[in-house]
Design a protein around this ligand. Structure first.
Ligand SMILES: Nc1ncnc2c1ncn2[C@@H]1O[C@H](COP(=O)(O)OP(=O)(O)OP(=O)(O)O)[C@@H](O)[C@H]1O
Length: 288
């Protein structure tokens, strides 16, 4: 189990605030840290990895102390793999050498390249690869040391949707094959839903909720069948009703409200758009 109980003062965009987190992650679990920009997600990963020192508290992994008042285990002794948005590959080495640099194990490198469908590209230069291929090499390299923990900081956010979906599948394959604990920082609810069994939601340095993706994101109440959070962009009166324009996940939708319903609503409010079971259509627009 990974046990993190740490405090650290951070300098946020709106002044200082305290990152104060207590979280436990079961061995082999695939979890997500979710929350607004600047809430402290990356700092948690960096503290776990040993790149950032907490002000107080402890970090323990499988009973081993990574950090407490007396101990601060060096990053290279923590057996942690990383994957960030920028690939951080060695451009002067070919694909397979990037992997072998992490660990000189040809059989493992070959197996990982096979899982990532990179066979045949062993000797390709990094600069000749697409973004998706580079990220697959970076993923394979992160797993070369067979880390106990894999930290993923928005690793797929620079990729187009099709490539994201592929990379998610590779991540799942690696997780299944090696059984490491994985901590993913992502803003993509669909991605978290697909990959993670548990989500920790952070706000201003505190964990405000945790649970399964369904518990966290469905936000159902009563007989609602779906509910999406959005932001009010415009409120217009049309005769006896109000039409509210809401931005939901990058899409605009209009919701018709009565006077009473629109009474307390103003532009920029955060809202939840929900519907019951009747009359909802689902149409496939793309086969992936
Ligand atoms: N070592 C540090 N000392 C003080 N403040 C820090 C330190 N590291 C990060 N911060 C600040 O803490 C805040 C939280 O940063 P962090 O990168 O952890 O947030 P985040 O939730 O990962 O954000 P994003 O989603 O944008 O990546 C930021 O305002 C950052 O500038």
């Amino acid at each position: 189990m990974i046990e993190i109980s740490c405090k650290k003062e951070l300098n946020g965009a709106n002044g200082k605030f305290l990152l104060d987190v207590n979280l436990n992650i079961q061995k082999g679990e695939f979890v997500a840290l979710y929350g607004k920009s600047g809430s402290g997600k990356t700092t948690i990963l960096r503290m776990l990895a040993g790149f950032e020192t907490p002000d107080s508290g402890f970090i323990k992994v499988g009973g081993r102390t990574f950090f407490d008042g007396d101990i601060n285990l060096a990053a290279q002794k923590r057996n942690i793999g990383f994957l960030f948005q920028d690939y951080a590959l060695f451009d002067n080495m070919n694909v397979v050498k990037n992997l072998l640099f992490a660990k000189n194990d040809h059989a493992l490198a070959s197996k990982l390249l096979e899982i990532c469908e990179l066979k045949g590209l062993e000797n390709a230069s990094i600069s000749s690869l697409s973004g998706g291929q580079k990220q697959r090499v970076a993923l394979a390299r992160a797993v070369m040391r067979e880390p106990e923990i894999l930290l993923l900081d928005e690793p797929l956010s620079a990729l187009d949707n099709d490539m994201r979906v592929k990379l998610q599948d590779y991540l799942l394959k690696f997780h299944e094959e090696f059984g490491m604990s994985v901590v993913l920082v992502s803003h993509d609810v669909g991605e978290i839903y697909k990959l993670c069994s548990k989500v920790f939601v952070l706000e201003k340095g505190k964990i405000i909720s945790s649970g399964s993706s369904a518990e966290i994101f469905l936000r159902q109440s009563g007989s609602q069948k779906f509910a999406f959070s959005g932001k009010v962009l415009d409120i217009k009166r049309q005769d006896a009703i109000f039409v509210v324009l809401v931005l939901v996940a990058g899409q605009l939708c209009e919701v018709v409200l009565s006077d009473a319903e629109a009474l307390n609503l103003k532009v920029a409010d955060e809202v939840i758009v929900s519907a019951k079971a009747f009359g909802i259509n689902l149409k496939k627009v793309k086969d992936v």
